[in-house]
Design a protein around this ligand. Sequence first.
Ligand code: NDP
Length: 258
Amino acid sequence: MTTHPLFDIAGRTALVTGSSRGIGHALARGLVEAGCTVVLNGRDPRALEKAAADLGGGTGVAGVHTAAFDVTDGPAVAAGIAEAEERVGPIDILVNNAGTQHRAPLLEFTDDAWRQILDTNLTSAFLVGREAARRMTTRGHGKIVNICSLQSEVVRPGIAPYAATKGALKMLTKGMCADWGRYGIQVNGLGPGYIETELTRPLVEDEEFSAWVRGRTPAGRWGRTEDLIGALLYLASPAADFVSGQVLYVDGGMTSVL
Ligand code: NDP
């Protein structure tokens, strides 16, 4: 097998937030398969141990490590990243993936639910991104990939707060690119379409909605978590060294059609 050297990221170290399951776990798997040392993150240490075992190693084995911390908690983020770097060395690649979804009409959306979705989907990327970038700037290189959404671009009834967080995450991506480019850090977004995970299970199980997704997607199907790996590996690789501030949509074409 030959791979162009521009796509070689073997030996790099990556932190993937929210990687105990779903998209984050699949992205972590892709990075491990590309030869990276990967730090898995989530709030539940036991779920992380299981996730690490699924990737072929327990904690600290086979290049897979775990760091349990809440990405919405500033001091916990700072301590978690400091501790992870002590164990595995400098983090070259950060994937801000942790996120949540709460579907409800805006008129019924509570203050608490609003703050929670903003904290989890947007403030988290600021807190983790700032902490990682403080370290990357001193080294003069780094790759940050923020997991946006097709809802960074479009919105449907009942999902306005989620779309607001993902639209803002797109602009935070561009702002990070503007601020940190001079330090050799590239910051991009990856925008999944409808992907089957625990988060979207209620939608997958709703046959009417599920059929709507298939019908609206030029590719004619729901996305799988594995569909996102290639785009991440590209954005994390030297092939994307002059690509920054972009969002790469991996949505089977959905954001391009009416
Ligand atoms: P899941 O709910 O399956 O996984 C979410 C992950 O985030 C879990 O590992 C969870 O672990 C972790 N997490 C949640 N809150 C926190 C927190 N406060 N601190 C640390 N970790 C946290 O979601 P998906 O895999 O479906 O989604 C992943 C990302 O992709 C999200 O940002 C989502 O918005 C985005 N996305 C998903 C799409 C889809 O169709 N599935 C489409 C577009 C974007 P734990 O609960 O143990 O902390």
